[in-house]
Design a protein around this ligand. Structure first.
Ligand code: DP6
Length: 339
């Protein structure tokens, strides 16, 4: 028997309207919808090769053998793809998975979105399946909720869905990457590994935060406001709802027991500096995920000013600039995942 191999590339994304909390943990169904920008500058490239000669999955992330939880998550995801596409087949063939991020691993940036989007696409093709984007988004969600959005390019919305089986819990593109010339600047304020993962932080928030119900009940209105602001290319309106969503997400996490504090002093300094910049007329706003990095969203015309402002802040160790990126896609057979 021969190996079946496919290589795919997917971009990371940053949510303007956040996903934070699940309505079903087993199927990884989000409690709320979310809305994101796919980021051109941050990519994961993954090659999956099913090989009958292997007795166990061989998983290498950024040139290192994957350990414990990371390896289990990836093997479990390949099991899921196999049972989805070949439900009647014998136990699946083991695979070699080689995955590379083009962004610094130590940067504390989430790689699960681009990682599971690339794995869903490469893995399904290596299994001989030709899944459409909606199906890939639904599958990628099982790996990581935010990965469902990285299947698509540009500006993307993820539905929380109504169905118990999650079949309507998929993302779809709202606008192509060139719809609005936005930039995202990622200010790295701590290059260490995350202390509380998004999965754990949102679960603790769901279980213990008195603010969690308010967070969930406000999400639909935030999504509607963001959709409208984007359709009108109204930066001030988008800035208002973007900051509202991230601050509410963090407020709900801060009120968990024990409270989850993702920010450091430089995170706060960057938030204040971004607001001062906006007050002085520059179209820029902030958003933060489950970590201390600050993502500034601005128009292309403002990028040099915002980059200079962020780089000058004490505690900001690096700034990565990105435009909006394309959908996940296959790479020609034989392509190396490196780079
Ligand atoms: C704060 O997608 O990493 O980045 O589904 O448990 O893998 P799991 O969570 P994950 O959570 C992302 C949370 C967030 C906001 C967002 O991207 O919407």
């Amino acid at each position: 028997m021969s190996t079946s191999t496919a290589t795919a590339v997917a971009h990371a994304n940053i949510a303007l309207i956040k996903y934070w909390g699940k309505r079903n943990t087993a199927l990884n169904l989000p409690a709320t919808g979310s809305l994101s920008l796919t980021l051109d500058a941050l990519t994961t490239t993954t090659r999956v090769a099913f090989d009958p000669a292997l007795s166990a999955d061989d998983i290498r992330l950024n040139d290192q053998a994957a350990d414990g939880r990371a390896a289990q998550r990836i093997s479990g995801f390949l099991d899921l793809l196999h049972s989805h596409f070949q439900p009647d087949a014998a136990p699946r063939t083991r695979a070699q998975v080689i995955s590379h991020n083009n962004f610094p691993t130590a940067a504390g940036l989430a790689s699960s979105a681009s990682g599971f989007a690339a794995l869903a696409l490469a893995g399904s093709h290596a299994l001989g399946a030709n899944a459409d984007e909606a199906q890939l988004s639904m599958l990628a969600r099982r790996g990581s909720g935010s990965a469902a959005r990285s299947i698509f390019g540009g500006i993307v919305e993820m539905a929380h869905g109504e169905r118990d089986d999650g079949l309507d819990c998929i993302a779809h593109p709202l606008h192509a990457p060139d719809f609005w010339d936005l930039r995202v600047l990622i200010a790295i304020t701590d290059a260490g590994v995350k202390k509380v993962s998004s999965t754990d932080g949102m679960q603790l928030t769901t279980d213990t935060s008195p603010f969690y119900p308010a967070w969930v009940s406000g999400a639909e209105a935030d999504l509607a406001a963001a959709r409208q602001a984007i359709a009108a290319r109204d930066f001030d309106a988008l800035a208002a709802v973007t900051e509202f969503s991230t601050l509410k997400m963090h407020a709900s996490a801060l009120a968990a027991r024990p409270g989850v504090i993702y920010w450091n002093a430089a995170t706060l300094a960057a938030m204040h500096a971004i607001r001062e910049c906006r007050a002085a007329g520059t179209p820029v706003c902030f958003t933060m995920d489950a970590g201390p990095q600050v993502k500034a969203v601005c128009t292309a015309a403002a990028v040099d000013e915002v980059a200079g402002m962020l780089r000058a802040l004490p505690g900001v160790v690096d700034v990565i600039v990105s435009g909006l990126g394309a959908a996940a896609r296959l790479r020609p057979a034989g392509d190396s995942p490196a780079g």
